[in-house]
Design a protein around this ligand. Structure first.
Ligand SMILES: Nc1ncnc2c1ncn2[C@@H]1O[C@H](COP(=O)(O)OP(=O)(O)O)[C@@H](O)[C@H]1O
Ligand SMILES: [Mg+2]
Length: 285
């Protein structure tokens, strides 16, 4: 059930130790906010979880199995900017992942299969508040809309783990609180574990179940290369939050809908209950 185990993880680039001795067990359905000073290795850590980067030492397992050393559909990612394809329409962006996956097996998608993907993509776009923008191009959308598109694109692959690298950092404050509500709802409704890098502690406290801080324990200039960052704080949010449940603090965010006109749970989309069956999740390779 999407639990992540990280044991004695180190990352070095040449002589530079970026991360050292990171030990972390992430419960299934947790929402981890990862904070820490610029340059301490947060993005590097996320890229190792994604499989874009290989640890120098140590292990990462997902549901007990070693993480493949390349990205796969179990893990979705949204970066601060430029996660979407600029030359594709909004609908094309959201259909691209499932189409690519299907086409690896069937040659190309057409007919009923393609229509099913399009229907699911439209439902997902409605879910993130982008109904009516299907035929636009990303450049015609605001920053907040582009990030909602990036979320929709990542969620279409039904990832077990959603990785977010300062996804809302570039947005205006008003738009950020809207997208926080959306993010919270998606986490409640979609059976996924979330790891989000943020430099905004308020955002961390608003969304997360647990806050992890990375810091260098030695930061004198002559020590900087030889000592990396590691976990220095591990804060469980109180009162505890769990996906699909509300706490007194979330009263304004739940019953979970940021827009009462949108029906939920996510229309036209079936999410795996526990383990996905093999047919629904053919491997990308
Ligand atoms: N591909 C790479 N090659 C060499 N050094 C890198 C590479 N990626 C990141 N680094 C270095 O690792 C350190 C951590 O970077 P990063 O993970 O981006 O930090 P953060 O996201 O916390 O700001 C930085 O000193 C950066 O220069
Ligand atoms: Mg970064």
């Amino acid at each position: 059930m999407s639990g992540i185990e990280i044991r004695n993880l180190w990352k070095e680039y040449g002589d530079q130790v970026v991360l050292q001795n990171v030990d972390l067990t992430i419960a299934p359905r947790a929402f981890i906010a990862l904070v820490g000073p610029s340059g301490c290795g947060k993005t590097t850590f996320l890229r190792m979880l994604l499989g874009q980067e290989t640890p120098t030492r140590g292990t990462i397992t997902l549901d007990g199995a070693p993480l493949p050393h390349e990205p796969d559909p179990d893990r979705g990612v949204v970066f601060q900017r430029y996660s979407v394809f600029p030359h594709m329409t909004v609908l094309g962006n959201v259909m691209a992942g499932p189409e690519l996956r299907a086409s690896r097996f069937l040659g190309r998608t057409f007919g009923a299969r393609r229509r099913a993907i399009a229907d699911e993509a439209r439902a997902m776009l409605a879910e993130v508040g982008l109904a009516g923008s299907e035929d636009k191009y990303p450049a015609q959308l605001s920053g907040g809309m582009q990030q909602r598109l990036a979320l929709a694109q990542a969620l279409m692959m039904k990832p077990k783990v959603l990785l977010l690298d300062e996804p809302f950092g570039a947005l205006d404050p008003g738009i950020r609180s809207d997208i926080h509500r959306l993010m919270k709802r998606l986490w409640n409704e979609v059976p996924m574990t979330v790891v989000m890098v943020t430099h905004d502690l308020k955002e961390a406290f608003t969304l997360a179940t647990r806050i992890i801080a990375f810091e260098r324990t030695r930061d004198r200039p002559e020590e900087r290369l030889r000592y990396g960052a590691t976990i220095t704080k591990d804060i469980l949010i109180w009162p505890p939050r769990s996906a699909g449940k509300t706490t007194i603090w979330d009263a304004d965010l739940l019953p979970g809908r940021d827009d009462p006109t949108i029906p939920g749970p996510i229309a036209g989309t079936t999410w795996p209950k526990e383990e996905p069956d093999a047919d629904a999740y053919p491997p990308l390779r």
